[in-house]
Design a protein around this ligand. Sequence first.
Ligand code: SF4
Ligand code: SF4
Length: 293
Amino acid sequence: MKQILIISGKGGTGKTVVTAAFASLAENKILVDCDVDAANLHLILNPESQEVHEFRSGKTAFISKDQCCSCGLCQSLCRFEAIKKDTLSDKFLIDSVSCEGCGFCALACPSGAIEMKENLSGQWFVSNTRFGLFVHAKLGIAEENSGKLVATVKQKAKELAKKNNVDWIIVDGSPGIGCPVIASLSDVDCAIIVSEPTVSGIHDAKRVMEVADHFKVPVKMIINKFDLNEDMTKKIEMFSLESNIEVIGKIPFDKRIVESVSQGKTVIENGNQDLIKCFSEIWERVKKGFFAL
Ligand code: SF4
Ligand code: SF4
């Protein structure tokens, strides 16, 4: 079983289009969306949830009004100013937005009136799709700890992959170089960077390459919309060559790609022969180049 991760230096470079195309082309696989902050692979895969799980992370303090004797100690100790006095009841209340969950107030409270409760930060799902099993997640608005959610989703995908004896785990990663990307990189056999031929595209691709290199994950490159700036495309090819990174595909700018996404289809399902050929050749290179089955 091989695990491949599709990543990009920033959002909107076409990594989900590539992941969805691989979903169409690969046999015997599990699909994963680790872009938990801005998940959108589900818009193409149209999943039917089989399992829904709550994701809890971090803690927030809660004060039991009945137990609170209004001594005010907690308010004086909270350096985040998350504890307010309710002038009506004369009791103390936690402002959950300001509370950082340090737990200091709960330790200090002489009445044992403060309890630390886990936050419900999001949900994760195991779903059926027309391409097979799909593990994905939804992080609550403004929730943090997406790295932990990514690790949870990936762990579940791995368990299912073993149980179902699949050949591939295909992961749509997060853009950038933050915590969820680092969590996505664990255990993968290869990271495929989708880059665009722009100055910022090259810069972002280099940064994400460095992160993958740091975690000793082999990297391959795909250049999307390569024909929009052939000089920049050559620059990406040059630095890929210098860094010993194979460019496994160049995808042309084609509005039928955007069209297929808006119709909830993969590029392969959209049926344009040139695009099918382009993406199929990339997938063949993934198979033959690294993980011949
Ligand atoms: S320390 Fe405990 S008893 Fe005192 S005000 Fe805070 S919650 Fe109430
Ligand atoms: S848990 Fe920490 S941040 Fe939250 S209210 Fe208590 S002392 Fe303040």
